[in-house]
Design a protein around this ligand. Structure first.
Ligand code: HEM
Length: 368
């Protein structure tokens, strides 16, 4: 009975460390969403609906003006008696909500029997933080009764109560905002109103200039900020390890063969270069007390598998005569990165002249 032992790489497996200085360089990831916060959008069109004060309209409307209440210069009278002023310009800042909208048009209240004509023109709505005001050009002309005339331009005639706009695409709309008369506003009405008098609520809708999606406070796209993320990735090793250091070839018969399996050998190409690699095996003669079996008698049938996410590996061809180097497995340049497992079925032909005994050889795997 002859037992042939193959010592495959015992204490000889090699670890080649390449390219630890091969930096992959800088990988940059940009966490980028929308462009940076936009400038305020220009107001393109729209209108203001405001009736000033329903009781005043009723008071003057029953007077002897011809007409008692008129609208001109672009202003119109709505079916419910309130007025509509057309937009002439302005801006809307989605990020802050700051709004200034200028309107055109003139409304004339005329009451000859009570000696007065009052015009209100070119209202401006300004909503900017705590400043929420309605400005207008107001004229009081009198024809008697001892009333003092009043003439103010873009005076703050009222304050505007709380209320955010509804933003839809390029449309920005405010509905029924409360309006309260200021001292300046009251001065133009002959002392019949005091500061703090509640006026009609106002509503307005504007369309922003094309291409100026506003977003809005709290809405996506209202603002953005970028952060650049970087990471330095150093190159790793090209390394080799085996699951075991000895292999017992069994079933030997003189004039026949012994067989076994190479321990699974793992190649890790973590250099990041995809430079390719080649794993070559070569065996020495088998020696023992009884004699020698030549290295050329050993053959193998290599196998190779790639771990998920790895590149491509090719098993070497079946070969006999491992006294010279033969490829166990290899990976060509371009797809060599990853982790691969290579193995082989081993067959040792035992010549008929072989003497019984114990024989040992070292098979060396070299990765390059
Ligand atoms: C510059 C002149 C005048 C101005 C600016 C003026 C303005 C006003 C205003 C703002 C009101 C309050 C309307 C409301 O909101 O209810 C009012 C009411 C009234 N005014 Fe005049 N007025 C003027 C002259 C006169 C004169 C000369 C008379 C009398 C001949 C007069 C008789 C009245 C009366 C009777 C009311 C109460 C109407 C009602 O409650 O139905 N006003 N006026």
């Amino acid at each position: 009975m002859t037992t042939t032992r193959l010592r495959a790489g015992a204490g000889r497996h090699r670890m080649l460390r390449w390219g630890t200085a091969l930096a992959l360089g800088t990988a940059a990831v940009f966490a980028t969403a929308a462009p940076a916060a936009a400038a305020p959008a220009e107001v393109d069109s729209g209108h203001l609906d405001w009736g000033f004060k329903a009781s005043f309209r009723a008071y003057v409307g029953t007077g002897n003006g011809t007409p008692p209440i008129g609208a001109s210069n672009g202003a119109t009278i709505n079916a419910n008696g309130t007025f509509r002023f057309p937009v002439t310009g302005g801006s809307y800042d989605a990020a802050s909500g700051a709004t200034t909208v200028n309107y055109g048009g003139t409304v004339v209240f005329s009451y000859p029997a009570h000696f007065f004509t009052i015009t209100m023109a070119n209202p401006t709505v300004q909503l900017d933080g705590a400043t929420r005001v309605l400005k207008a050009d107001v004229d009081l002309t009198t024809t008697g009764g001892g009333f003092e005339p009043v003439h103010v331009v873009q005076a703050t005639v009222a304050t505007i109560g709380a209320g955010d706009p509804v933003v839809t695409g390029t449309s920005v709309a405010w509905t029924s905002l409360g309006v309260t008369m200021t001292e300046t506003g009251a001065s133009a009405f002959g002392g019949f109103y005091g500061a703090g008098t509640a006026l009609d609520p106002l509503s307005g809708a504007v369309t922003l200039a094309a291409g100026e999606e506003p977003g809005g406070p709290g809405e996506p796209g209202g603002a953005s900020t970028d952060q650049e993320l970087t990471v330095e990735v150093p190159g790793g090793p090209l390394s080799l390890s085996s699951a075991g250091g000895t292999v017992a070839l069994t079933g030997a018969t003189i004039g026949g063969a012994a067989t076994g399996a190479l321990n699974a050998t793992t190649v890790s190409d973590l250099r990041g270069t995809n430079a390719g690699w080649n794993l070559v095996g070569q065996v020495e003669d088998f020696t023992g007390d009884a004699g020698t079996i030549g290295a050329g008698q050993l053959g193998w049938s290599p196998t190779a598998t790639a771990a998920p996410g790895s590149g491509t590996v090719t098993a070497g061809g079946a070969a006999t005569g491992l006294g010279t180097g033969h490829t166990l497995c290899k990976s060509d340049p371009g797809a060599s990165a990853g982790v691969f497992t290579c193995g082989a079925g081993l067959t040792l032909n035992i010549p008929a002249t072989t003497k019984p005994g114990s024989y040992t050889a070292t098979l060396t795997l070299t990765l390059s």
